[in-house]
Ligand binder design. Structure first.
Ligand SMILES: *Cc1c(COP(=O)(O)O)cnc(C)c1O
Length: 403
């Protein structure tokens, strides 16, 4: 059997765009998505990180004496950069063993009266324990900001994620499901807090011709190339180049730099996103159906753990997040499948304190469970093009490489 798939699969399930989405027009993307997920009004921003910064700056203006933001030690490096750019301190907190969510004891040690916010993070559509984060935050008077960047459409206790905390944000970046190439949505339950967020968002996001043009071109590129033929060029080739250069951080696109741009989102990208968003519920349902088919198979392989929904939560399935018994096994699987076009990849390469470029932003500290999770986890993209034959091949490699 050939080692490489003929057409490239993406590492996450993005909602593909159609030609008819691209016509000019005016639509209110934020209102449409709020109706779909049943949330209070959403605030559209130029990225998930920008939405997070709006939340942080608003909170910091209310509580100038609190400067610390407690985040999982295994999360997107953009989270740390956004905290830093907002003029605040990153406090990484270790995760539970074999999981991405906060370890409850470590969380209580990380929280004191200097904490401005705690950031429970819903990774890959799986819902984090916001109730526990809320208890730890309340005990010291901190706020809760849910990072739902990867989880638009996920529900917990019969409501959208983002509504259990004080605030929540989604990402509309490429590959995170619904996309306008780069964008974000911010929500708050409390109407007073929401109007403060609107004001901060307005102050931070000025019209910017340069960024606006770049993002429009990016979105056109996404329309043209986010399909198996185009992905080889846009995703597969740069991926394999980075892997050959032994640069896994670049391979997963974890290499970001400051400052993160802050600007307004133009009407055309909003209109494109709103037309695509109409297809989002069906798209998420199709992802769920594939998950129902593939997850039992993956779980049946001895030594493989697949992260699934916690009780009373209904997540989305952009990819499958697996934790293998040993890092040696994980590395053997990746050696065969990462460059091979099957959409098998890694999520974040390191625990936050271990990114060289975050030194000076993230304090060095011991986060053994986050490091272990980074070393033993891998992802399988759950895109519309993932076939049963692809899954056969992936399972075969998982079974054969186990040592
Ligand atoms: C992508 C991501 C972000 C940042 O969102 P952008 O829209 O890319 O700025 C934040 N947190 C997590 C967990 C993410 O995956």
């Amino acid at each position: 059997m050939s080692a490489h798939r003929h057409h490239e699969l993406p590492p996450t399930a993005g909602l593909p765009l159609q030609l008819a989405d691209l016509w000019p027009g005016r639509r209110d993307l934020a209102t449409l998505v709020a109706t779909q997920i049943g949330s209070p009004p959403l605030i559209l921003t130029c990225s998930g990180s920008a939405a997070f910064m709006v939340a942080l700056k608003t909170l910091a203006a209310r509580n100038p004496q609190r400067r610390r933001v407690v985040v999982p030690a295994y999360t997107c490096p953009l989270v740390a950069l956004a905290v830093h750019q907002a003029g605040l301190e990153v406090v990484p907190c270790d995760v539970r063993r074999s999981h991405f969510d906060f370890d409850p004891d470590s969380l209580r040690k990380a929280c004191d009266e200097r904490a401005l916010a705690v950031v429970p993070t819903h990774i890959g559509g799986r819902v984090a324990d916001v109730a526990d984060a809320r208890a730890a935050a309340r005990a010291v008077g901190a706020a809760v900001i849910e990072d739902a960047a990867q989880s638009l459409g996920a529900r917990a206790h019969h409501a959208s994620v983002g509504l259990d905390g004080d605030m929540g944000f989604f990402s509309l970046a490429m590959g995170k499901g619904l996309t306008i190439y780069e964008g974000g949505l911010l929500l708050a339950r409390d109407p007073r807090l929401r109007s403060e967020l609107v004001r901060t968002a307005h102050e931070l996001a000025r019209p910017d011709f340069h960024w606006q043009s770049r993002r429009c071109l990016g979105l056109l590129g996404y329309w043209a190339l986010y399909r198996p033929r185009g992905l080889r060029l846009a995703y597969g080739r740069p991926l394999r180049r980075a892997l050959r250069a032994n640069d896994p951080v670049r391979a997963v696109g974890d290499d970001f730099s400051l400052p993160l741009p802050l600007h307004a989102v133009g009407t055309w990208r909003q209109a494109v996103g709103a037309r695509a968003a109409v297809r989002l519920p069906d798209f998420l349902y199709a992802c769920l159906e594939r998950a129902r088919r593939h997850v039992p198979r993956l779980k049946a392989i001895a030594g493989v753990r697949v992260l699934e929904d916690a009780p009373d939560t209904f997540g989305t399935w952009p990819f499958f997040l697996l934790v293998l018994e040993s890092s040696r096994w994980r590395d053997a699987v990746l050696e065969r499948l990462w460059p091979a076009g099957f959409g098998v990849s890694r999520l974040f390469i390191h625990a936050l304190p271990d990114y060289a470029y975050l030194r000076g932003i993230v304090p060095g500290m011991d986060v053994p469970n986050a490091r272990d999770f980074a070393a033993r986890s891998l992802t399988i993209g759950n895109s519309p093009w993932l076939t049963d034959a692809d899954m056969d091949r992936i399972c075969e490699v998982l079974e054969r490489t186990r040592s």
